[in-house]
Design a protein around this ligand. Structure first.
Ligand code: FRU
Length: 458
């Protein structure tokens, strides 16, 4: 019965999407090579997985309007992570535990178990002190049609954890045991909690993996723990971190922490402040999720948006909001996280042109949908205009992105660099992803100036 209701809600939402999708497609701010929802609102990528020969991509969405609301899981598949085919929505709010106007099927992850594709997600409903969040399971044989587990929820907030701050389970398997890390808040401080299970249905608390003592915020959203080039990394999104120098100017953060958690002895060490860094320096990057692809690369995809920001996205006029980042390959090098756009993206290159300094400005490149690679032999200062009014300048070791009048409220963001050696810029209709020094820093932002004009002055 319960799953019938979910099917009905999915079909109704699909009919709505079918009516709206052409308007979104025809919009002048629609992205050309970044993933977005067919219509409506999109936020976190969820359940990224390579399953039965295809990449599956789920995502938080509100199909009905360009704003956050009662949340569904959208679904798409791909052979190459570049071209995506939309599938029917995977999950719809339909149960007492996940149906609420400010709740629904919140973020989670996917794993293969017993030949089926399992989704573990946060159900948000049951208004009490806030909207209660519990962890739930849905599964599918074909990877397209999902059924919610009749024993849901499989986990409720443990004692001391605020019931409306317990979400975003990320599951993985080690030997014969499943593990899950989940974001939480205890006494107003962010935590990442570890659980374990033998069958994906019965979960027991394992330990606190890492926690804020206050300075790292009141809540950690979307934790993701993985091994990267021999380093244990936790990416998560702390809320409530204060700006410091050029760092942490967004309303909420996305950080990477180098951990040393000892799973055999249940021992975590205090995280020294220099083991924590920002994942991205732009205005619009949040709630990323990583997964291992077919060839064992660790790939990260983020939400090109952020909750509670005071800047806006004029795409709402065309009935949609937000997009996802390009897939990035992760590595750990020289004590830091390094992100590079997947090399498969090179297949999309066309009309390639090469310029020496000076020639570029004469050529008058006016496009706004492009990939630009800029190499510097020795650069003390430069100013790169990316499209009319949007600049990236390097001066006294400070790289500054200035959105000018094209930011819809976005202003400036900076990074300190020892040297500027390389910039790789992915400009889409309404977004910029700027990889600095082969991915040692990245700036991801939405942009709303549709006039081009690339220039480089140094
Ligand atoms: C992050 C987040 C998650 C939550 C989801 C709800 O953007 O707030 O913590 O599960 O979005 O859509």
């Amino acid at each position: 019965m319960s799953n019938e209701l979910m099917q009905q809600k999915i079909e109704k939402a699909q009919r709505w999407i079918d009516c709206r999708k052409q308007v979104v497609k025809d919009g002048n701010m629609r992205q050309h090579y970044h993933f977005m929802a067919q219509a409506g609102w999109i936020n976190d990528p969820n359940g990224l997985i390579y399953f039965k020969g295809k990449y599956h991509f789920f995502y938080q969405c509100n199909p009905y309007e360009g704003f956050w609301g009662s949340i569904y899981w959208g679904h798409a598949v791909s052979d190459d992570m570049l071209h995506w085919e939309y599938l029917p929505l995977a999950l719809a709010p339909s149960e007492v535990y996940d149906e609420h106007p400010r709740g629904g099927c919140f973020s989670g992850s996917a794993i293969e178990h017993d030949g089926r594709l399992f989704l573990m997600y946060t159900a948000a409903a049951n208004e009490g002190r806030g909207v209660e969040q519990t962890q739930c399971i849905a599964y599918s044989k074909d990877g397209i049609h999902f059924e919610k587990y009749h024993g849901n929820p499989v986990l409720t907030a443990p004692e001391g954890i605020e019931a409306n701050q317990f979400r975003d389970p990320k599951v993985w398997k080690h030997e014969d045991t499943y593990y899950m890390v989940c974001g939480a808040s205890r006494d107003g401080k962010g935590q990442a909690l570890l659980y374990q299970s033998k069958d994906m249905l019965h979960w027991t608390f394992f330990n606190v993996l890492a926690e804020s003592r206050g300075e790292w915020g009141y809540m950690w959203e979307c934790p993701d723990l993985f091994e990267l080039d021999g380093r244990q990394c936790l990416i998560c999104c702390p809320q409530g971190v204060k700006p410091s120098g050029v760092d942490y100017w967004n309303v909420h953060q996305c950080t990477v922490m180098a951990l040393d958690y000892d799973f055999d002895n249940h021992m975590g060490r205090e995280i020294p402040p220099d083991a924590i860094a920002m994942v991205d320096r732009g205005f619009d990057f949040y709630a990323p999720q990583s997964f291992l692809d077919e060839s064992g690369r660790r790939i990260l995809i983020g939400w090109m948006g952020i909750p509670d920001a005071d800047y806006t996205n004029p795409t709402t006029q065309a009935g949609w909001q937000h997009a996802l980042t390009l897939p990035r390959v992760l590595h750990w090098k020289e004590g830091r996280l390094v992100q590079s756009p997947v090399p498969e993206l090179q297949q999309m290159r066309c009309n390639e042109r090469t310029y020496a300094l000076g020639q570029l400005n004469l050529a008058g490149e006016e496009g706004i949908v492009f990939e630009g690679c800029f190499l510097f032999e020795s650069c003390r200062h430069m100013c790169l205009t990316l499209r009319r009014g949007v600049t990236l300048t390097f001066e006294d070791g400070l790289l500054t992105l200035d959105m000018g009048t094209a930011g819809s409220g976005r202003t400036k963001r900076c990074a300190r660099l020892e040297k500027l050696r390389e910039l790789q810029v992915f400009s889409d209709t309404s977004s910029l992803e700027i990889f600095v020094n082969q991915g040692r820093e990245v700036f991801t932002t939405r942009v709303y100036g549709l006039e081009g004009g690339i220039r480089l002055e140094g």
